[in-house]
Design a protein around this ligand. Sequence first.
Ligand SMILES: O=C(O)[C@H]1O[C@H](OP(=O)(O)OP(=O)(O)OC[C@H]2O[C@@H](n3ccc(=O)[nH]c3=O)[C@H](O)[C@@H]2O)[C@H](O)[C@@H](O)[C@@H]1O
Length: 412
Amino acid sequence: MKHLYKQTGLNHLKRREGDADDQIPTHTRTPRTPKTLPRPLNYLLREQRLLFVFVGFLLATTFFLVQPALLRLGPVGPNPLLLLNHNSHNHRHLLPVPAGVRVPPRRVVVTGGAGFVGSHLVDKLLSRGDDVIVIDNFFTGRKENLVHHFGNPRFELIRHDVVEPILLESKERNDIHYFMSLRSKLNHGYKTNVMGTLNMLGLAKRIGARFLLTSTSEVYGDPLEHPQKETYWGNVNPIGVRSCYDEGKRTAETLTMDYHRGADVEVRIARIFNTYGPRMCIDDGRVVSNFVAQAIRKQPLTVYGDGKQTRSFQYVADLVDGLMALMESEHVGPFNLGNPGEFTMLELAEVVKDTIDPSATIEFKENTADDPHMRKPDITKAKELLHWEPKISLREGLPLMVSDFQKRVLEE
Ligand SMILES: O=C(O)[C@H]1O[C@H](OP(=O)(O)OP(=O)(O)OC[C@H]2O[C@@H](n3ccc(=O)[nH]c3=O)[C@H](O)[C@@H]2O)[C@H](O)[C@@H](O)[C@@H]1O
């Protein structure tokens, strides 16, 4: 009968060496390890167990040494840096991009992207290589603001009112990365701010996009604190003529935070202070656009009330930089985005006169109800956490919008 031998590697070696023990079955052999060793050690030394442990150790060491180097070599799959995973609370997408690694272009939906601020934001996003889908109802937005992108395969324009839900299908979850919702003044903005924000938050939740709400300094109402910090809860008249807009934005902030806390949507909130620049609506009644257009048309500058109320005016490019910094940061906000340079309306009229027509006259008119007496952002938080602050003063920025206004006034 054939004997079954339990052949160890050691026996095998010995067999080749022609050892005399060769023919002795293992189970009948005297163990080679001394009997005096403790049992666990004895166990380890038998049957090449030590060798296997050593080889395993070597393999593990090699893997952990080589793996980081492999990761640095380049993308693994389509989304190497998880820039897309904006609906989670991990912050891996904030990792710095290693040199030489191509970041996949992000897809950004900008609602209100044909408007004044929206179109400047779209310019910036496209210029850094993102894909942009603009949704606009063209009530205040204009195709002219985006016409230079028509024909660009990375740009899409959809005529739609965000008050109605919209189904944006994406190939996969997280296919759309950012959602930027720009503001509207229409119908005092209430419907857009509440229904629009609700619809867009639902969409952001469904497709796993990060959502940016562009709120406003108007949430502070007629402030009793000056300058205004983000911690100030505001002083808004709930039944006043401005309250649809003010309360609409306040509700939009509430909804945004609720979706963040309750549905895990990753959100950012910016409180935008008075902003000016090329492509502003000529006729929506804002003070900078009114004064500039009036000076160009050789009409008197209409100052409401005594003209001593104050505002702080930021140039649109500064705002866009702030919005981008906020989107890329890991901070939810809210953040004040504004220029702390504060002016009375009479002082603003002087700057406009100096810039466009020193012979322009001033005409006083009755002010609207509930007009905030003063407004100036405290931007300490944005400076510290976003490393952002505006660079362009009013005197530098105003001339940059004049030629655009001159052209449009002439076209009229
Ligand atoms: O442009 C903006 O960013 C802001 O515009 C408005 O807020 P408001 O501060 O009232 O801005 P304007 O309508 O431009 O008015 C600013 C001041 O100028 C005065 N004004 C306006 C127009 C004018 O012809 N003359 C004039 O003196 C107004 O009475 C007010 O005191 C919006 O309600 C804000 O949400 C938005 O952030």
